[in-house]
Design a protein around this ligand. Structure first.
Ligand code: HEC
Length: 96
């Protein structure tokens, strides 16, 4: 099967958006008091559950208060557990 060059270009554009979301470091995990694996899981959950309707907003785009209130309403728009909601929020707030 021949892969169309438009497919490759779209894929490239799509993937080039994701690295803007920070990859948690050991230092950030320590500072936030949250295990690194939890932050990494939060990032994955955020990408998997929160980018289907709008762009993935960056942690720095909103205040802590705004993230907290938005998470309360956004979690009803997708299927995540309480733990997953916490992991997403931890990831977002640790990146501020
Ligand atoms: C089913 C579609 C859908 C999903 C899934 C979804 N959102 Fe949203 N989101 C919206 C819509 C629609 C709005 C704007 C209107 C509103 O606030 O309800 C919005 C608004 C927001 C805003 C406010 C943006 C602003 O400029 O004020 C944030 C932050 C946000 N979403 C974060 C999230 C997070 C985090 C998740 C994952 C837990 C998520 N969204 C999943 C549809 C969705």
């Amino acid at each position: 099967m021949k892969i169309s060059r438009y497919f490759v270009i779209s894929l490239f554009i799509l993937l080039s958006c994701v690295p803007a979301l920070y990859l948690p470091t050991e230092e950030q995990a320590e500072k936030a008091g949250i295990p690194l694996d939890d932050l990494k899981m939060g990032r994955k959950l955020y990408i998997d559950h929160c980018g289907s309707c709008h762009m993935l907003y960056l942690p720095k785009q909103f205040t802590v208060e705004k993230w907290n209130t938005e998470m309360d309403s956004m979690r009803t728009k997708t299927t995540i557990t309480d733990l997953e909601e916490k992991q997403i929020l931890d990831y977002l707030l640790a990146g501020k």
